[in-house]
Design a protein around this ligand. Structure first.
Ligand SMILES: [Zn+2]
Ligand SMILES: [Zn+2]
Length: 497
């Protein structure tokens, strides 16, 4: 590493560069034998970044003026970070070709959950990690718990309550599975659950709910080093789903009792974020032939969905068969998808933002339209509180469970595309170039000049160095260098720049 004020964080950045510098939006259908070449992402092409860059200061000022309640610092920090994401002017990692010394610079990413490009990277990285390192080859079922409106609102801004409520949910699904296993003669059966808390729904709505990805069966440890057996269970019936949701509701009565006692003791109800979540769209875009008074008929009752008297809803109809690893990876990606995907947002000629919906709402609404500051308000409400863990592992998937090491897959045997080396200092983080290759079949370390291999050599933060190196990269000086063999003296010239 060269000295440009290098820290441990920089070293990690160099090793695990960002994926999001892409113009490509989705997985490639090219096979692993035909990798494409890497093209940096244009940060100006990200509408959300441009929105925040142009209007964030106005929004923060509006919060101060109208409400006399400032926007919380953690929200300001995260929204501000998105404005610098992918911008070479805020620093980058330098790469160099091993053969011709040709240069490449890759800008830093913001790593904010709401940033469409960073969330895209997180989504693919986490899905690949779950497939390679956590989820064994067994059938899965997705259980989804949604909360009634008032409770959802409270849970959205109370991390402890969210943890308690969704913990009860994961616990009750596991308990129901163990009770069935017990009846079937497997008294010491263990269950597993990957719980993902999502804070949003279509249309940038604040809507906390939980997805639990649960093996459709239980694990039974063999005696004395024998392999762990997976005992498949029959699918739940409608009655089973109703039974689980009523148990969850029963236990929530106590959880909510404790919460009320705590809240009445320290009532500090002065937060601006709930008001941000309530900002309405300026306009609803409807499908042709629909008008405001035209409501669709209520949807027919779906199988394996149940609603408790208190308004909790549980859905358990989505399943993935054991050999469908691609389907499982898709579902894992869905669990950590960004709240506002880039391809759903458009800016109209009048300066308003149109967010198209994944599913048409009642009355044929297919998109919602926001003024710029109102869309930022919605975003602000979606920023999760710092240190709130939105993903949790229960049962055999929990980090310290005694069976975990015996059931998780081994990466080399399970990876369809080249074996995935993980950055050694942070298990679970995939290297940028490996992720690009796996998800988009892009060879990010191939030199555009000579086809040789490139390697990261330094993280650059200092404004002077940023300016000098960017000027050098864009000048002819460097393109001449890129044609010759390695030359140690010329390398020194570059470092001094
Ligand atoms: Zn970002
Ligand atoms: Zn080269």
């Amino acid at each position: 590493m060269q000295s440009h004020g290098t820290t441990r964080a920089d070293e990690r950045r160099v090793r695990s560069l960002q994926t999001s510098n892409l113009q490509n939006d989705g997985p490639s259908h090219a096979g692993p034998n035909t990798p494409r070449s890497y093209a940096p992402r244009d940060p100006e092409a990200c509408l959300l970044t441009c929105l925040l860059r142009d209007h964030l200061d106005d929004f923060i000022a509006r919060c101060d003026d109208e409400n006399h309640r400032p926007l919380p610092r953690f929200v300001q920090r995260q929204l501000r970070a998105i404005t610098t994401c992918g911008d070479l002017g805020h620093g980058f990692v330098r790469l160099e070709c091993n053969r011709c010394r040709g240069p490449r610079v890759v800008p830093f990413s913001c790593k904010v959950r709401l940033c469409p490009s960073c969330a895209g990277r997180r989504m693919n990285e986490q899905a690949a990690h779950l497939l390679d390192r956590v989820l064994p080859h067994v059938p899965y079922r997705q259980w989804v718990l949604t909360l009634p409106g008032e409770l959802a609102r409270v849970v959205a801004f109370d991390a402890d309550l969210a943890t308690a409520i969704f913990g009860v949910f994961a616990d009750e699904v596991g308990r129901w599975q163990r009770e069935r296993a017990d009846k079937g003669g497997f008294a010491a059966a263990e269950t597993g659950c990957l719980l993902e808390i999502q804070r949003f729904a279509d249309g940038a709505r604040l809507y906390p709910h939980a997805h639990a990805l649960v093996p459709d069966g239980v694990f039974v440890a063999g005696a004395d080093g024998q392999p762990v057996r997976f005992i498949r269970q029959d699918p739940p019936s409608d009655e089973d789903v109703a039974h689980v949701v009523s148990r969850v509701e029963h236990r929530l009565t106590r959880v909510l009792g404790r919460w009320r006692a705590r809240v009445s003791m320290d009532s500090d109800d002065d937060d601006i974020l709930p008001a941000c979540a309530d900002v309405p769209p300026t306009e609803l875009v409807r499908l042709l032939g629909h008008n405001q008074g035209h409501e669709r008929r209520p949807a027919p009752k779906k199988p394996l969905c149940a609603r408790s008297p208190g308004g909790l809803e549980l859905h358990a109809e989505v399943t993935i068969v054991a050999h469908d690893r691609k389907g499982l990876e898709r579902l894992c990606r869905y669990l950590s998808r960004p709240p506002i995907p880039q391809d759903r947002l458009e800016r109209r000629a009048d300066g308003k933002y149109v967010l198209s919906l994944k599913r048409t709402w009642k009355g044929g609404v297919k998109a919602v339209v926001f003024e710029p500051l109102d869309l930022i308000a919605r975003l602000a409400a979606l920023v999760p509180a710092p240190y709130l863990a939105l993903r949790r592992f229960h049962g055999v998937f929990a980090p310290h469970h005694h069976l975990r090491a015996r059931i998780v897959p081994t990466p080399s045997a399970d990876s369809a595309v080249p074996a995935i080396p993980l950055a050694p200092e942070r298990p679970g983080r995939m290297r940028w170039a490996d992720l690009l290759m796996r998800v988009w079949a892009i060879d990010a370390l191939k030199c555009p000049h000579c086809g040789g291999r490139m390697r990261p050599i330094a993280a650059i933060h200092a404004p002077d160095a940023i300016t000098a190196i960017l000027a050098a990269v864009q000048s002819d000086k460097w393109s001449v260098r890129a044609t010759g063999p390695p030359d140690p003296d010329r390398q020194l010239v570059l470092d001094a720049a």
